[in-house]
Design a protein. Structure first.
Length: 306
C-alpha cells in the first residue's frame, strides 16, 4: 500500500514498533541544521511553506493503522521540526480520535516550546520527546546551527513551564558529538538545567547514523563516564542498540522500503527485526540496482537512499 505521509513501521530504540508520520515529506523544513543530523544539509527556516492538509495526513494514518495492527506508538515527526507545522493542534486531535490503544508521541527539537499554543497542543500527547544538546549558548549554536529566530534562554524557560503542567511522559534527549558537547563543563551545565526541569527520563546517546557534517561519535566508555556527572536523582538512560524479541516482521513494498530508508537510514539489525523475508529480497534487489546503498559508521552497516 502506498503512503505519502507515513513511513515505517520502524524499530525505535526507545518506544518499540513505531508508525511514523512525516508532516514534511517533500523536503527538509527545520529551524536547526544540526551537525549530526541524518538528513542532508539545508538552510534553516522558522515556518512551513505549502503545508499538507490535516485531512491528507489523517487519511494516510487511518489506512496505515488498519494495515499494521501491532504498532506500539504513532510518532509525529518531520523532515525537520514538526512543531513548525501550522495545523499541528488539529492533527493531534484527529489522531486521538482513531489511535485506539496506541500511544502518541512527538519528536521535537524543543525550539518552539516557549510558545503557549505549542505547549497546549503537546499536552494532548502521551509522550513528548524534546532535545537539548547544550545548555550553554556557544555550544548550543555550534552543535545545532540554529535559525536566528531561536533563543536558548527562551527554550529553557519554555521547557520548565511546559514540564510543570504536562501530565504525560516527558523525555529529554542529549546527543553527544566528539569534541563539542562531550566536555565535563557542558555536561555539568546540562545537569544543572535537568535538575530544574525534572523530566521522566533523559536519553543520553551519540551519533549512530551517517551525519550531515564531518563529525564523530563519542566512544561508549566516554558516554558512560559522562553519564555519571548527572545527579543520581535524574533517570539517565544510555541509548544503545539492542534487539527486541517480540517485534513481528512486516511486509514492505519496494516503494515503502525506499521511502522509509529515505526518511531514516536502517541498520542490518533494523532490517532483520522489521522486514519479512520477501521484504529483505526486495531490499537486496534495490541495493543491486543502486537505488539503496550500503554505508558503514562505527562498524555498523546502514542502508541509505542513494
Amino acid at each position: 500500500m502506498s503512503y505519502r505521509y507515513i513511513f515505517g513501521p520502524i524499530l525505535s530504540r526507545r518506544f518499540g514498533k513505531s508508525l511514523g508520520i512525516d508532516v514534511s515529506p517533500d523536503k527538509k523544513r527545520c529551524n536547526y541544521d544540526c551537525i549530526y543530523c541524518e538528513l542532508q544539509k539545508a538552510k534553516t527556516t522558522n515556518s512551513y511553506d505549502n503545508p499538507p492538509s490535516v485531512e491528507e495526513i489523517v487519511s494516510d494514518v487511518k489506512r496505515a493503522i488498519d494495515e499494521y495492527k501491532d504498532i506500539d506508538v504513532i510518532t509525529i515527526t518531520s523532515n525537520g521540526e514538526p512543531t513548525l507545522y501550522p495545523y499541528l493542534d488539529k492533527l493531534i486531535d484527529e489522531i486521538d480520535k482513531i489511535k485506539g490503544n496506541k500511544k502518541t508521541l512527538i519528536l521535537s527539537n524543543g525550539s518552539t516550546i516557549q510558545n503557549k499554543n505549542i505547549q497546549k497542543s503537546l499536552k494532548k500527547l502521551d509522550i513528548v520527546k524534546l532535545s537539548l544538546d547544550c545548555a550553554t549558548p556557544v555550544c548550543f549554536k555550534k552543535i545545532d546551527r540554529v535559525d536566528s529566530s531561536v533563543d536558548l534562554d527562551s527554550i529553557k524557560k519554555g521547557m520548565i513551564e511546559f514540564a510543570k503542567n504536562y501530565r504525560g511522559q516527558l523525555i529529554m534527549e542529549i546527543l553527544l558529538v566528539s569534541g563539542i558537547n562531550d566536555k565535563e563543563k557542558e555536561i555539568k551545565a546540562l545537569n544543572e538545567f535537568m535538575l530544574k526541569l525534572s523530566p521522566n527520563k533523559i536519553d543520553l546517546g551519540t551519533i549512530d547514523r551517517p551525519p550531515a557534517y564531518n563529525v564523530k561519535p563519542v566512544e561508549y566508555s566516554r558516554v558512560y563516564e559522562l553519564s555519571k556527572l548527572f545527579d543520581s536523582s535524574l533517570k539517565v538512560h544510555i541509548v544503545s542498540r539492542h534487539k527486541i524479541e517480540d517485534i513481528t516482521p512486516s511486509s514492505y513494498s519496494s516503494d515503502e522500503i525506499i521511502r522509509t530508508i529515505q526518511r531514516r537510514p536502517l541498520t542490518e539489525e533494523d532490517i532483520e527485526i522489521l522486514f519479512d523475508n520477501e521484504s529483505k529480497k526486495r531490499l537486496l534487489k534495490l541495493v543491486k540496482e543502486r537505488i539503496i546503498i550500503e554505508k558503514e559508521l562505527n562498524r555498523v552497516k546502514f542502508y541509505e537512499k542513494s
